[in-house]
Design a protein around this ligand. Structure first.
Ligand code: GLN
Length: 246
């Protein structure tokens, strides 16, 4: 196995609400506990991106105004590198505001922010309440279905294209649009482009999912990672499930 997980955080200053950078801290800690290296770099507006220099690309959540700053850059400066990375099975993991920029566009108030086009989805800011609350989804990543538990707070409603698969099915909460029963997306040429509305941050409450992301980014199976003492993480997961009413 490669001896380090190389992570690139996209727009780390602009796209980081609800402490979404906590997802990176969790990835780093678990690598350290396993004796795996962890290299973190950031790419802001106008920074070029090398698709081969990183295993996992991360975009956190963001307010509409910060998304507007990033959308054009993502769809131009960073587009080709992200498509090249997805084509070779690198992980692209995006939360909420970042997730909304993975597809074709995010429409709000007559404006159409371009997406990076990695997956077939659109997001529209319709009239109606923000979709807020604790949420739990059932996720099937190829083994037994597992639960992801977290928190959502979004005004945008996301619709997947007909052939696009969600990350999971809503057990509690709103999910992509409050109607479809779908949450998030898992697509791209190798199934390694992952978007979700769950944050707060997500990974400390769902350590099993962070291990899947790490292993997938390294081209491995999660069962190949050494096991850790996850009592605290499991307690956090159970608390998040209970908060969602499971
Ligand atoms: N600005 C987006 C929305 O409200 C995403 C917000 C977020 O990342 N929480 O839909």
């Amino acid at each position: 196995m490669a001896d380090a997980l190389r992570v690139c955080a996209l727009y780390p200053e602009l796209m980081n609400i609800y402490a979404d950078r906590g997802n990176l801290a969790l990835l780093q800690k678990r690598c350290g506990w396993r004796g795996l290296g962890f290299e973190l770099s950031g790419a802001g507006l106008d920074d070029p991106l090398d698709p081969d220099a990183h295993d996992l690309f991360y975009i956190g959540g963001g307010q509409d105004r910060d998304q507007a700053l990033c959308a054009e850059d993502l769809a131009t400066v960073k587009r080709d590198a992200l498509h090249a990375a997805a084509a070779t099975g690198k992980v692209i993991f995006a939360v909420c505001g970042g997730y909304q920029l993975l597809g074709h566009a995010y429409e709000l108030g007559g404006e159409r922010l371009p997406g990076v086009g990695l997956v077939d989805l659109e997001t529209v800011r319709e009239d109606g309440p923000r979709l807020i609350g604790n949420v739990a989804i059932e996720v099937d990543l190829g083994g037994l279905p597992r639960v992801l538990a977290g928190f959502e707070n979004h005004g945008g409603r996301t619709r997947l294209g007909a052939s696009e698969r969600p990350l999971g099915r809503v057990l509690a909460g709103h999910g992509n649009d409050g109607r479809s029963g779908f949450e998030g997306v898992r697509g791209g040429p190798k199934g390694t482009v992952v978007g979700t509305y769950l944050h707060g941050p997500l990974l400390p409450k769902n350590s099993w999912f962070s291990d899947w992301l790490t292993a997938t980014a390294l081209g491995r199976d999660a069962s190949e990672l050494s096991s850790l003492d996850d009592r605290l993480e499991d307690a956090a997961h159970q608390a998040a499930r209970r908060a969602a009413g499971l």
